[in-house]
Design a protein around this ligand. Structure first.
Ligand SMILES: C[S@@+](CC[C@H](N)C(=O)[O-])C[C@H]1O[C@@H](n2cnc3c(N)ncnc32)[C@H](O)[C@@H]1O
Length: 391
């Protein structure tokens, strides 16, 4: 079975939010120690199954981990079926392995994801019936093996999804406030800024605490995948086999990499209910001892430690499609509060507001476009009076 073969080299694709491909590529190359190529919507590399497991455990920015198992022509539904049927699925599934198929992309003849998934599912089932005498059930809710198919131009590529639930679901944020940032996007913001592992940060509009909790996990060396299960845990051949032994070694390595931190990490918000949510999330993430939450209006930045970096994602403020004037006034006041701080803190802000720079004043040292789902956002980095060591 594929899950007991640690020697074969596979091609992997790791999707991520648009605009974070470069920083994802650097992250993966750093812990895999092998070349990684950035491409639109993610990064790809060649490696063994164990490399794929490493990405599940250690990547803070990647959204999924897809192992390519075959590809072929997909000019129409019949070609797609033939291509899907030529993949040796009997190396990945047994008749007792419920599976699901998720489709992305498309072309002129294959416009609907549902149809692409259906034709692929039929091909998988028919191939398994021909090779094993029986076919497994499809289970969209709780599959043991998740197949992904991507159609682009006249080709289809078939993948096994190692993670299952997307990697932003670390397991700690079971509750959230309004408009929470995906954990993977928060991690990308911190890496792009960049915020150093020992840098003191405050998020004055922290909501459910994502930015501060992600930074605390970096500071403490907590691997993002330690608190959850992955789809590959249920693959035939994984349990008790060499892949499980390799996974156990990776987990032991991740646990041993935990380190103490002296970094001051603080989340503030004006909403006391969301602060309770943030505190519970921090507890689940194993960082509560190192993060302080306090209720405060963001227009009051008093009491910040010297040298702290403000990292924040202010409210988007779209009401019925129109940007509220109230939000513009709030952002001007927030800018004035930042200007009044002595020494002036470095500011890292992720905003979807098209006029943020005009309202805020000053000139960012860095500007980077990235996407929060479909929403185009800008990451802006304004220098402070004391440049922290990471700059
Ligand atoms: C876009 S959300 C931040 C989401 C957060 N990054 C997360 O992942 O959950 C904006 C936050 O700003 C807070 N907020 C709005 N006005 C505020 C104010 N005047 N002072 C402090 N916080 C405020 C809201 O309560 C909300 O939690």
């Amino acid at each position: 079975m594929l899950a007991s073969d640690l020697d074969t080299t596979h091609r992997f694709f790791v999707p991520a939010a648009k605009g974070t491909e470069g920083v994802l590529k650097r992250e993966l190359a750093a812990f895999l120690g092998r070349p990684v190529r950035g491409q639109r919507g993610g990064a790809c590399f060649r490696g063994t199954l164990v490399d794929g497991l490493q990405v599940c455990l250690f990547s803070r920015i990647g959204q999924r981990v897809l192992l390519a198992v075959g590809e072929g022509p997909a000019d129409d539904g019949d070609a797609l079926y033939t291509a899907a049927r030529s993949v040796p699925w009997e190396r990945m599934l047994t008749p007792e392995t419920p599976f699901s198929v998720r489709a992305t992309g498309g072309n002129a003849a294959l416009r609907h994801g549902h149809f692409i998934a259906l034709r692929t599912k039929d091909a998988v089932a028919d191939r398994l019936r021909a090779h094993l005498g029986r076919r497994p059930d499809v289970d969209r809710e709780d599959p043991a093996v998740r197949i992904a198919v991507h159609v682009a131009g006249d080709r289809a590529c078939f993948y096994l999804d190692l993670a299952g639930a997307p990697l932003h679901q670390r397991g700690y944020r079971t509750e959230a406030g309004q408009a929470p940032l995906r954990e993977t996007l928060a991690a990308a913001v911190l890496a792009l800024a960049p915020v150093g592992a020992e840098e003191a940060i405050v998020d004055p509009m922290c909501g459910s605490g994502t930015l501060v909790i992600e930074q605390a996990q970096v500071a403490l060396g907590i691997a993002p995948g330690l608190g959850r299960r992955f789809a590959f845990h249920r693959w035939p051949g994984f349990h008790g086999g060499p892949a499980q032994a390799a996974w156990d070694r990776l987990v032991a390595r991740a646990r041993a990499a935990r380190r103490p931190t002296r970094a001051a990490l603080m989340g503030r918000d004006h909403d006391p209910r969301v602060l309770e949510v943030a505190a519970r999330n921090a507890r689940r993430a194993g960082v509560a001892e190192w993060v302080r939450f306090e209720q405060r209006d963001a227009r009051d930045l008093s009491g910040l430690p010297a040298g702290v970096t403000i990292v924040t994602n202010p409210p988007y403020g779209t009401r019925l499609g129109r940007r509220s004037r109230q939000l513009d006034g709030f952002l001007r006041h927030f800018a004035a509060a930042c200007q009044a701080c002595r020494p002036r803190p470095r500011l890292v802000v992720l905003t979807g507001h098209p006029r943020f720079e005009r309202l805020f004043g000053g000139t960012p040292r860095r500007r980077h476009t990235l996407f929060n789902g479909p929403l185009e956002c800008r990451l802006l980095v304004y220098p402070g009076d004391e440049a922290p060591s990471a700059e």
